[in-house]
Design a binder for this molecule. Structure first.
Ligand code: FMN
Length: 168
């Protein structure tokens, strides 16, 4: 008979999830002349038809603040060749540095920067937002999708040692 502990235990939960592996993304948005973007692991496909994603943004991040007054997110799919880009967007905060002067980008839908050299990207309208705790969930409808540079996906286990630009 199982005699474990039924209590929810944050440490055990952390031990279980920190060994998982999943793809990494850079989410970029812009609003009222401000642009922002950060490295994000909490992204999941939410619907096939229509194509939709859920994107979780930490309330502490500048990207989350800018996203609250934007109606569109651009989600970049990263490859192992994008480690420098991942470090720029995950280890630095837009509160202290303009990340977009340190990387190559072009102007995309709704004047939002599209980063150059990723596996590809989607642009999508934010259909809904929900408060998930320390993150805000964004339900995003994929309006356009672009496949760019081939490469194997950058995953969480490769970057899990990276210190986030904003403390979690
Ligand atoms: C491995 C890793 C995973 C991360 N996952 C998320 C995430 O899912 N959502 C999020 O909002 N921030 C996530 N972050 C944190 C942001 O990328 C980081 O705090 C960034 O510096 C915030 O930049 P900003 O303040 O310019 O938005 C992650 C960071 C790392 C290193």
């Amino acid at each position: 008979m199982w005699q474990g502990n039924y209590m929810c235990n944050e440490e055990n939960f952390h031990a279980l999830v920190s060994d998982l592996d999943y793809p990494m993304f850079i989410v970029v948005t812009a609003s009222r002349g401000e642009r922002a973007g950060c490295l994000v692991g909490f992204v999941t496909q939410a619907s096939i038809v229509p194509p939709r994603l859920v994107v979780m943004l930490s309330k502490l991040n500048r990207t989350c603040h800018v996203a609250q007054s934007s109606d569109t997110l651009i989600v970049h799919f990263l490859s192992n060749g994008n480690l420098d880009l991942a470090t720029l967007f995950g280890h630095r905060t837009g509160d202290e540095v303009d990340k977009f002067v340190h990387c190559e980008w072009v102007t995309g839908p709704k004047d939002i920067p599209v980063l150059v050299g990723t596996r590809g990207w989607i642009a999508g309208r934010i259909l809904d937002r929900f408060d998930a705790g320390d993150h805000i969930g964004h339900l995003v409808e994929v309006d356009e999708a672009h496949v760019e540079v081939p490469g194997s996906p950058l995953t969480y286990q490769t970057v899990r040692g990276m210190e986030a630009g904003h403390p979690e």
